[in-house]
Design a binder for this molecule. Structure first.
Ligand code: 5AD
Ligand code: SF4
Length: 448
């Protein structure tokens, strides 16, 4: 991992990551930056001089995780370890973290990671409390040439940070700041560099990739998101390109056209709907109606390749009636999603919905969540069964030793566990005959 030679006196750090893919990728950049600063990454808190948590605050449960961790490790502070909180909880709670967990020395939001080396110098010089909160003035993305990617075959590239949509329930605009796109030239340069290093799959990341706006170049030459997607897909050596997350308001037909035109673009779109009721969508400030969402689904269903569609749903938003909830269930039937990530509404600091009336009691939220997941399980059972008897190409991702199976991922983003007479190489692409199905995965045999 580190190119810096190891020695006993070398400073060590432990980093644990919570939350979304943006956070996972931020952590890869933080690791690269720290290694460049002479630190060595270790696997346990016990071994580390510096203990960092990259945190998520999307729901209350996610936020509590970091405080539980910090409480667990309080005893280590006496041993001289330094604790730091990074990411969305850091940005949201700011200096309040020092009050709640006085043994924390570093609080740094994602918009300030550029300043991390400087902050570490201050800590090493003995400063007790260092903060990096909100660096929106510089209006830049956190990019570093030292990204320490954890997987040698597929990797993330950030194309846009922040979010300007301000959905009524969401902390992201407050924790990650306003939208900043990277130039298409720098995205493509990084993608080419990754292809040269042997990466074959690239996932373009952003809170809302569809509102990507190329900040440089002559107006006519600036790439739209769909053009950028296609350009990454045309880089020699790249076999799969994915992107997440999309917002239905900004999701254009040109993306479906790009998927049709460029075979390396994966036939999978994650398009969060949140609710099937236009009334609730309006209260959520989602800026689209049920009908407009279904129009986008119709574009995808008319594509030349079958596009797998997945979504996010929130149940129990304030004021959500039985009738609204039934509309969401009905939408699941109508679309036929390949996966649904469903959540109970969680009131978040700073968000407009925090003060909305007609809160849904927690047990009712839990009931709706259960009903929704049972319905989606039925839908997926039928959808996954259809693959039996077909042949899929997978990227070989891991071996499950306990089950003596290999784990692959299809272009549709489905997990396909398979047996193989000869040992496939991790990161290679293989043809697999599908022989069985479950609601969340497929089963198969490697084609010899
Ligand atoms: N409560 C519950 N779920 C939320 N999400 C975002 N904010 C909240 C909240 N306050 C969900 C949305 C989003 C996903 C990443 O998390 O479904 O798409
Ligand atoms: Fe969590 Fe949202 Fe921050 Fe990702 S951007 S870590 S989902 S709060």
């Amino acid at each position: 991992m580190s190119e810096v030679p190891q020695n006993a006196a070398q400073k060590t750090f432990y980093l644990e990551t919570f939350g979304c893919q943006m956070n996972v990728h931020d952590s890869e950049k933080v690791v690269g930056t720290l290694v460049q600063e002479g630190y060595r990454q270790v696997e346990t808190v016990e071994q580390a001089d510096l203990v960092l948590y990259n945190t998520c605050s999307i729901r209350d449960k996610a936020e509590q995780k970091v405080f539980n961790r910090l409480a667990d490790y309080k005893k280590y502070k006496k041993q001289g370890k330094t604790f730091g909180v990074l990411g969305c909880v850091a940005q949201q709670e700011g200096e309040k973290i020092f009050e709640r967990a006085p043994y924390v020395s570093l609080v740094c939001g994602s918009a300030s990671y550029r300043n991390l080396p400087n902050m570490l110098i201050q800590i090493e010089a003995g400063k007790q409390r260092v903060t990096g909160l909100d660096d929106r003035e510089t209006d830049e993305c956190f990019e570093t040439e030292f990204t320490a990617r954890t997987n040698p075959h597929r990797g993330y590239i950030t194309i846009i940070e922040g979010c300007d949509k301000f959905c009524a329930y969401c902390v992201v605009p407050y924790t990650r700041g306003k939208e900043r796109s990277r130039t298409s030239d720098s995205v493509l340069a990084e993608a080419r560099q990754m292809a040269d290093l042997g990466y074959t799959e690239i996932q373009l990341l952003g809170q809302n990739v569809n509102s990507y706006k190329d900040p440089e170049g002559k107006p006519g030459a600036r790439k739209t998101f769909a053009e950028l997607l296609a350009a990454v897909g045309e880089i020699p050596g790249i076999r799969r390109v994915r992107f997440t997350t999309s917002h239905p308001r900004d999701f254009g037909r040109d993306i479906v056209e790009a998927i049709d035109a460029v075979p390396t673009l994966c036939d999978h779109v994650h398009l969060p709907v949140q609710s099937g009721s236009t009334r609730v969508l309006d209260a959520m400030q989602r800026l689209y109606t049920r009908e407009q969402y279904l129009e986008r689904i119709a574009w995808m269903k008319a594509a030349k390749r079958e596009i797998s569609i997945t979504t996010d749903v929130i149940v129990g938003f304030p004021g959500e009636t039985e009738f609204d909830f039934a509309a969401t269930l009905n939408l699941l039937e109508e679309v036929g999603f390949d996966a649904v990530f469903a959540f109970k509404y969680s009131p978040r600091p700073n968000t407009p919905s925090l003060r909305m009336e007609d809160a849904i009691p927690d047990d009712e939220k839990a009931r709706r969540l259960e009903v929704l997941m049972a319905k989606q399980r039925e839908i997926q059972t039928i959808r996954y069964k259809k693959y039996i008897g077909t042949r899929c190409e997978v990227m070989v991702e891991a071996k499950n030793e306990a089950r003596a199976q290999w784990v692959g991922r299809t272009s549709h983003n489905k997990t396909l566990n398979f047996t193989a007479a000869s040992k496939p190489r991790l990161g290679s692409y293989a043809a697999v005959n599908v022989t069985g199905s479950f609601p969340n995965s497929l089963l198969g045999e490697l084609v010899v």
